[in-house]
Design a protein around this ligand. Sequence first.
Ligand SMILES: [Ca+2]
Length: 341
Amino acid sequence: MKSLIHSAFRVFSRLLPVLLASAAFGHGTPITVELDASQTALVVTGTSLPGFANTAVINTDEEAYFISGPGGVLLTDLPGFDISGLAAGSAVRLEPVARRPVGSMTNSPRWLWYWDSVLNQVTSVPNDVRLTMESTRALGSISFTEEVGPAPGGVLVANLLAGDLGQHRHLMYYELPDTAATAAGIYGFFARMTSPGKTPSNPFLVVLNKDLDPSTAPALGAAAINLAAGLVGDYNYNGAIDAADFTVWRDSVGQTGAQLHADGDLSSAVTVADLILWQSRYLPQNPTAGVSISEPTATMLLWLSICVFGLVWVGNLNQILKISFGLVQLGSLAGKPDLPV
Ligand SMILES: [Ca+2]
């Protein structure tokens, strides 16, 4: 009898991906991807969270948890995707984003996050288990552990079919090892959506539930992970958007590469855009700084960028700052923003 049950389970397990792929459309909270008003940038919407990821994808559905699948994995196909605004044939990718835990600039960038519901805190991922994302359309897979990240470019979600647009599709399996090493808890990763020719979406947080109450645990875990991963603009990772972050930006403007502290917009370069990103978060928290914030004009930004990049080329950071401040001061005289330095 026992072997019969075991055999039945194995059959079920092997059929599970087919069942999920064919019958699971339209459930759970999807990663909703649209274009912005200018039709040039991807926008992901979900639950609003303050901090680094203003948006989180949190499934509180009863079915939104890992179940045993074939190949010795636990899998779920939630969250799915709801993509609109792009043309049929467009490639869309899910690109994991690493963040350093708040506390020190020397903390290692983290790709996979874990919230322990018993301790009610974010801890290291138990046994350093690996999360895998696999296209349900056999377009590829990607996997990562807490501190070992994916290759650049992420994983291809879809080359969109005409019938995908505006529909709720489950285009990705999320998998963990089906062993005792995979502890109950909330697993999370930061990511953004990309598509050729479009500006990537802002980073968002996705949380996955392993054996916890779906009605409460995912939201608690998401908030905790979001807090532990820091705030956008907190370039020195001290948990606050403060003047020290400006110093980090100033000392690294012009640098290019991965995991730069002051690369707030994840462009793999520290630029004026990162300064503006920090400024947009610093000023509302510091109303007594005696400055006002408004969007710089395109012309002003252009000149600022030309000066900064030109001076980076000749390697004169002090001159960059003098000219940058001078330009912004000029803007301020005309009712444009001043820099809080
Ligand atoms: Ca800071």
